[in-house]
Write a protein that binds this ligand. Structure first.
Ligand code: SER
Length: 376
């Protein structure tokens, strides 16, 4: 369990001690946080047990932050867990005082469907919160004199294709094309990308006491992500994972987009692996701040077909919701990931078939097995 588990307003700051070097993960209780904390914890255990003879130095502590208390299985992967809001300046100031933060994985966000019900709140959390974390990173760099590496998960939601004919003609879009998002979430992610680039390259460009390059900002535009362990909430790509989890749990599922809807997806392990690869790439090999990555692009019908094959009694119907359909229709069918391949060696692991047969089905079947105590 974490050494510090705090509700933000009272913390056991190690006063008078040297600040421990830390990795900060916001939104740690969310879908990506779940996988990322596990991977970061495993990585530092590997370093600790490494017998190569090189001095890897002390492993950084892992500091998690989320608006809700972390589930015990997630909390077990971090040293300090804070329950709090990324818009809470006082909490961020306290983190600055307590830790020497070397890396930030800023995962906290309100997703695209939820954001459409409360766009101004989405903006405050998604853009205001990102600004706060970038500022924290810059202040950290000022206080310890080293650049802070910053990971920002962006999204295919930054793209906005105006209609289906344009989407069909556009094919694989590259990072510079069609960045006219339809959803507030997409606007927020695009703003986050621009802010990150600004903090990386131009922060306080006219100030006399500016420090060059306080933040090393790196971002991936993720497609819809499917995890065998968690069910997303509040996203517009959720029909993919929801369909699979519902079938495995023996529940009927009404898909909220048409069967011919097609956007890119990937598995959670691919997304986590990509995050860690980009974060460890030498800065000199990176030609951009923001990268597309691509794995597979099934239609909703393809998904349903694979799910029915695995769960013959699955009851899947299609009941498109006009609003969510329109958001999915504005996202590209595929993304051009040539830059990620060339600069940091990105390669997808799965086709849609192998994602089902090697990752999703075995793990989901175990999760929903009658003897399993897993959450549904
Ligand atoms: N999967 C996210 C969503 O649907 C997009 O990044 O909101």
């Amino acid at each position: 369990m974490p050494r510090t588990s705090s509700h933000g307003h009272h913390t056991s700051a190690p006063t008078g001690q040297q600040r421990a070097t830390a990795i900060l993960v916001t939104g740690a209780g969310g879908e990506m946080g779940h996988g990322l904390l596990e991977a970061l914890d495993a990585r530092r255990k590997r370093h600790a047990e490494c017998s190569c003879g090189k001095d890897h130095g002390p492993a950084p502590v892992i500091v998690a932050m989320d608006i809700r208390e972390l589930a015990p299985e997630i909390a077990s992967h971090c040293d300090h867990a804070f329950v709090g809001d990324i818009c809470d300046h006082a909490l961020l100031e306290r983190l600055l005082a307590m830790f020497e933060i070397a890396e930030i994985y800023h995962l906290a966000a309100l997703l695209s469907t939820r954001g459409e019900f409360a766009p101004e709140t989405a903006h405050q959390v998604n853009v205001g919160g990102t600004l706060n974390l970038l500022h924290l990173a810059a202040e950290q760099a000022r206080s310890h004199g080293r650049t802070v590496r910053f990971f920002f998960p962006s999204s295919i939601a930054v793209y906005g294709l105006p209609d289906l004919a344009t989407k069909a003609n556009a094919g694989r879009v590259n990072e510079g094309e069609w960045c006219e998002p339809q959803s507030m979430y997409g606007c927020n992610k695009l703003a986050g990308e621009h802010l990150g680039r600004y903090y990386d390259r131009h922060y306080r460009s006219l100030a006399k006491d500016r420090i060059g390059h306080p933040v090393d900002f790196r971002s991936i535009r993720f497609p819809g992500i499917i995890s065998s362990d968690t069910i997303p909430s509040g996203g517009t790509s959720d029909y993919g994972p929801e369909m699979i989890h519902a079938a495995a749990a023996g529940r009927p599922y009404a898909c909220f987009v048409r069967g011919d809807s097609r956007i890119p997806f990937m598995t959670m392990p691919e997304a986590i692996e990509a995050t860690l690869s980009l974060m460890k790439a030498p800065k000199t090999s990176l030609t951009r701040a923001v990268y597309n990555i691509s794995s597979f692009s099934p239609s909703a019908d393809d998904f349903a077909e694979l799910v029915r094959r695995a769960f013959p009694s699955a009851a899947i119907s299609f009941e498109p919701d006009a609003g969510r359909q329109s958001i999915v229709d504005s996202w590209p069918t595929d993304c051009d990931d040539a830059a990620a391949r060339a600069d940091w060696g990105w390669r997808p692991v799965h086709t849609v078939q192998s994602a089902f047969s090697e990752y999703l089905l075995p793990r989901i079947a175990a999760r929903y097995a009658p003897s399993s105590h897993a959450r549904a």
